[in-house]
Design a protein around this ligand. Sequence first.
Ligand SMILES: Cc1ncc(COP(=O)(O)O)c(C=O)c1O
Length: 436
Amino acid sequence: MGKGQELYKKAKKLIPGGTQLLSKRPEMFLPEQWPAYYEKAKGCEIWDLDGKKYTDTSYMGIGANILGYADEDVNKAVKEAVDKGNMSTLNCPEEVELAERLVKLHPWAGMVRYARTGGEAVAIAVRIARAKTEKDIILFCGYHGWHDWYLSTNLADDKALDGHLIPGLNPLGVPRGLKGTSIPFAYNDPESFLNLVEKHRGKIAAVVMEPIRNFAPSKEFLETIRKTTEKEGIVFIFDEITAAWRQNMGGAHLAFTVRPDIAVFGKAMSNGYPMAAIIGKDDVMDVAQDTFISSTYWTEKIGPAASLATLDKLAKEKVPEHLVKTGFQIQEGWKAMAEKNSLEVNVSGIAPLGHFGFKHKNPLALKTLFVQEMLEQGFLATTGFYVSFAHKQEHVDSYIKAVDKAFASISSALKAGDLEKRLKGPIAHPGFKRLT
Ligand SMILES: Cc1ncc(COP(=O)(O)O)c(C=O)c1O
């Protein structure tokens, strides 16, 4: 067992749940073997506590590091912000410059508020929508964070969120009075959406959804939501926390004709430094003056400075083009290597955020062996690959070669019927659950 797993054992006694983010739990990748902690990260490489170097071909800071780790241009801006004092009694001018930049990229929006994490930023958008409409119900699809408004969905049915990215989310501790205030509908299913509008007419504050993630939206789906929300006076919110900046400069919704009333950004907008933005139409955003939304660290300088430098580099280096091209190569690579090794996989996700799943009765066991085989070849890998600007052709080529070897090993284990015996530890967890 490496130093990382040793430390993680200790962490689980000191930190309930082991980590601060479900998606960083070693159990989500390779229980008892995942390196768990890092000493240093640069580009698309990570050094663990034993000094072992890996190429990160998994989630790149869980979607935050679109340019790669410790990007020099972003770090330069951050170091300047640190040297000038990242916090003071006065505000930092960068937040005005960033607001101008965001509304220029999204001409339908006129005003901007900030936060530092994605989930809190969506919670702010939901508050603004409820304040604007003076209504309570939120219709949504997809994952939007840990806050009460979202988790309350599972008070009505503890499996309601299972089809929306993370299964098993427990709403324990969320006030039972919120039951029925957030209701999911299926992505790309205008009927299920319209039925909910019919049922809750006059009580709906907002619709919250990602414009795109695993599948492209049908024109009918987006247009139905836009037309209905307009007609019913419902605030339409696009959660762009993960999808934005990867296929074009700005929100992924810019590729479609439909415009929301609010869009929420986080993660990649600042390449690993905490930053989030809520942008929206003037008449909706202005209500943020009438409801109390305020926090000390939403005012510091590092986030906006990192974001301005990140947006500069995304545009200058045409990063979205690189991500799309590289993402396609990876998705094609999975399909080709699966076919070569007689495995069946489902590939989904926009190219820069590709995923695959094994078509098998026990896909988690196959995933666990895949992660184990990739780790042995020096890759932090899982059944998804979030591409960054630091992933160059050489990384893609060596990754696909390693995938070939890992798939060959899975294929031979399936033929021999000894897949679980080849695992050196327990099977990966499918979603949220208690660890101890
Ligand atoms: C679409 C979407 N919304 C919200 C969140 C929550 O963001 P955070 O983890 O920064 O709170 C995420 C995180 O994965 C996300 O993908």
